[in-house]
Write a protein that binds this ligand. Structure first.
Ligand code: MN
Length: 284
């Protein structure tokens, strides 16, 4: 099995090295990771500038590639031809902060796995709930073991098409770990604060700061599992359609003439075409 390992904290991050070493016990590993910290960088496709790639060595001597692109760019580079060999699995991490609830579209760690799904490759994001973003002195051992366990499981069971896994590991002593919970996305509580400051030339600038987010530790959710001392594994998909709303939307009165724009789509589409389109959309 050929595993592409990436992350969002950058090629020098200790969490990446821990993951590479764990993955090497399961398969052949290629590493392509960003040349700087992209945490919070989201799902990115770099289109307006070239992507540069350099060969580097990780701290243990592992040959790796680093790019000035985002984590999702690194995945795209790897599967679109930068790596000579077909990638069977993408593993992103190990992030030092948990990626829970609404974090998933902000997270470079998770969106690297999302990019894998675009290319129809099974993908996993692995994050450790160490509660801080500085990278020094965090013990990644248990998270690396969990990542290895999950990947070994995936060699036996195939993930359904379009599904990737968001794995979060509590930062607790190994004998306190209770096991694994399969979860849904919970609720993050962001405590962001906008700081307005002035640069040396007197111009205002803004900084989104504040405290580390908390969450609602509801049972069954990713937030709840971590709070109770479990590894959380959430299956995610890129289809964000709100299916329950879609079916109820058909009765919202879209067919009324006064809701249609005078120009624009009303010119191009007849009322019956619009209604037919809605019916097609809500039919599973
Ligand atoms: Mn990160």
């Amino acid at each position: 099995m050929h595993i592409l390992v990436t992350n969002d904290d950058g090629i020098t991050a200790p969490g990446l090295l821990a993951l590479v070493q764990a993955m090497r016990q399961v398969g052949e590993v290629s590493v392509i990771a960003p040349d700087h910290d992209w945490s919070g960088g989201g799902h990115v496709k770099t289109l307006k500038r070239p992507l540069r790639v350099r060969q580097v060595k990780l701290a243990d001597g592992t040959a790796a590639l680093t790019s000035d692109g985002a984590p999702s760019d690194c995945v795209a580079l790897g599967v679109m031809g930068l790596l000579p060999k077909k990638v069977d699995l993408i593993v992103s991490g190990i992030n030092p902060m948990a990626n829970l609830g609404q974090d998933v579209t902000y997270s470079g760690t998770v969106t690297a796995a999302m990019e894998g799904i675009i290319w129809h490759i099974p993908s996993i994001a692995v994050s450790l709930d160490a509660g801080r973003s500085d990278l020094g002195d965090i013990d990644y051992d248990m998270a690396a073991r969990v990542a290895r366990f999950v990947v070994r499981t995936l060699t036996q069971i195939q993930l359904p098409k379009g599904i990737f896994l968001n794995v979060n590991v509590p930062y607790i002593p190994v004998d306190h770990l209770k096991g694994i919970r399969l979860t849904r996305q919970g609720q993050r509580v962001y405590r962001d604060r906008l700081d307005k400051r002035q640069d040396p030339r007197g111009n205002d600038y803004y900084w989104i700061g504040g405290d580390v987010p908390t969450g609602v530790p509801e049972t069954g959710t990713d937030v709840g599992a971590l709070a109770q001392g479990y590894v959380s594994i959430t299956p995610l998909q890129l289809d964000l359609t709100a299916y329950s709303t879609l079916s109820s939307m058909a009765v919202w009165g879209w067919a009324q003439e006064d809701m249609l724009p005078v120009n624009g789509i009303a010119d191009a589409l007849s009322l019956s075409q619009i209604v037919a389109g809605l019916e097609t959309a809500v039919t599973p």
